[in-house]
Design a protein around this ligand. Structure first.
Ligand code: PA5
Length: 450
């Protein structure tokens, strides 16, 4: 057990009686299936040992290239979607100051960082190109398949922008590609144009890839210590190696979610109590949603930010349908804090808080909320970490990835595939007239949604 990162399910105790449902043998079976590569989707479990097995030479090259970009670029654009986007964004937002891009360059000491290719908006891309005017720009395009429509369209525009501005040769020095080692359209282009490349390992799927070059390279460009990120993940890997449910908090999280689901708690709200964790929740939603939402089953992963959402969704959570549980992430030491000062007039009535920090007030608000929600029939699980540092973030990423894999197996799903993602693509290609989709188009004729 460790005190670095704590998982606590006492907030679900009225519903979950430890020992009442003996999941110990099933968890032990799943542990062995996962570690011995005998479970469904076992070709995609490379992330399990990755914090130990990752390629040190490539890691060194990631740091060198990131330094070159930090020293020479004003703006860095990451092009990608889903698993090729959310991890990097989540880590950067958690570990860089709020309003990072707007800070003066001498304070920032690295390029502004932007993301594109994670939707299909001409408005957004136009806005981005306007922001880049007059700045020295480098980009990282991330796509395992190399053919994802959203990121491929954005890359087409970004590449033309760089080539028009710098010429083809100089543009090539400003484009870094993260993709498959050997195959795919992006790999072919990268080889032709001699772009610097990083590899997305074959045995690691998008939503499990944050600690590969997919996440590590943008995170390093942001100036975050990736050695520490990997160190945290490596220690989490060791810490969550015990097959016994009673000794493994990571497996307890998986087991408790499973039991809550069986008791009708079909929606899990990941609760952020710090605004910089918004994108962590987006990453977590993809991880669990794509891993478990299969065969007409699975907890629906949603997220809320407190206290912001107490003023919008708070009413529903307190008194709406009782199919919710919360998983609350609490960070003991926020980066910076402010102490509330005295106001002689005290018209706002806040002088009772003089000398207390905003973080203390936030913690009390969350504590009060959880008591109220428990009274209203919403159980909660708690995850606590001492601070948002690269080490603790690396640990937390590993915790949730392993818990997700075990949780997926517990619910009978293959947590490493995503067949349902193809359905929209097939229809979109047919509707757009992509060659090869004529038969699909015919089938859709009477189904068009007006
Ligand atoms: O988890 C996944 O597999 C997906 O979210 C993919 O990462 C996403 O669709 C992007 O795919 P690609 O990296 O091939 O562009």
């Amino acid at each position: 057990m460790n005190d670095t990162f704590v998982f606590d399910y006492s907030g679900a105790a009225p519903l979950i009686k430890p020992g009442a449902e003996d999941l110990e043998p099933e968890i032990s079976r799943i542990h062995h299936a996962l570690h011995n590569g005998r479970g469904p989707g076992s070709d995609f479990t490379g992330w399990l040992d990755w914090p130990e097995t990752y390629d040190r030479d490539e890691f060194a090259r990631i740091k060198e290239t990131a330094k070159r970009i930090r020293d020479n670029c004003d703006a860095f654009v990451v092009v990608g979607i889903g698993g090729s986007y959310l991890g990097a964004r989540a880590v950067i937002e958690m570990l860089k100051p709020s309003f990072y891009n707007q800070l003066p360059a001498e304070v920032r000491q690295g390029p502004e960082i932007y993301f594109v290719g994670h939707q299909l908006s001409g408005e957004y891309l136009t806005g981005l190109l306007a922001i880049l005017k007059g700045k020295d720009v480098c980009i990282n395009v991330v796509s395992k398949s190399g053919t994802t429509t959203e990121s491929a369209i954005a890359f087409r525009f970004m590449r033309r922008y760089l080539e028009d501005r710098y010429g083809e040769k100089e543009a090539a020095k400003r484009i870094v590609v993260t993709t498959d080692e050997k195959k795919g359209a992006l790999k072919q282009l990268a080889d032709e144009k001699k772009y610097e490349c990083f590899v997305i390992p074959d045995d690691i799927g998008g939503r499990y890839s944050v600690l590969t070059p997919v996440g590590l390279f943008p995170v390093a460009v942001a100036g975050i210590d990736i050695d520490q990120l990997m160190a945290g993940a490596a220690e989490a890997r060791q810490a969550y190696m015990d097959e016994r449910l009673q000794e493994n908090p990571c497996y307890q999280y998986a087991a408790v979610r499973y039991l809550l689901y069986r008791k009708g708690k079909k929606i899990e709200l990941l609760v952020n109590t710090l605004p910089q964790m918004h994108y962590f929740a987006e990453w977590w939603k993809q991880l669990f949603g794509e891993s478990e939402g299969k065969n007409n089953r699975g907890i629906f992963p949603a997220s809320v930010s407190y206290t912001t959402d107490l003023h919008s969704l708070g009413q529903y959570i307190q008194e709406g349908e009782r199919h919710l549980f919360e998983t609350v992430i609490q960070v003991e030491q926020p980066g910076t804090d402010l102490t509330i000062f005295k106001d002689n007039q005290n018209l706002d009535g806040l002088n009772y808080l003089v000398g207390r920090t905003m973080n203390e007030v936030n913690q009390k608000a969350v504590e009060g909320t959880l008591i109220a929600h428990a009274g209203g029939g919403v159980p909660h699980l708690g995850v606590r970490l001492p601070a948002l540092t690269p080490y603790h973030v690396g640990w937390m990423l590993y915790f949730f990835k392993k818990a997700c894999a075990v949780s997926g197996y517990l619910s009978g799903a293959n947590p490493f595939d995503q067949p349902g993602v193809e359905a929209y693509k097939k229809n979109m290609f047919a509707l757009l007239g992509k060659p090869g989709y004529e038969a699909e188009k015919e089938k859709l004729k009477n189904q068009i949604v007006k």
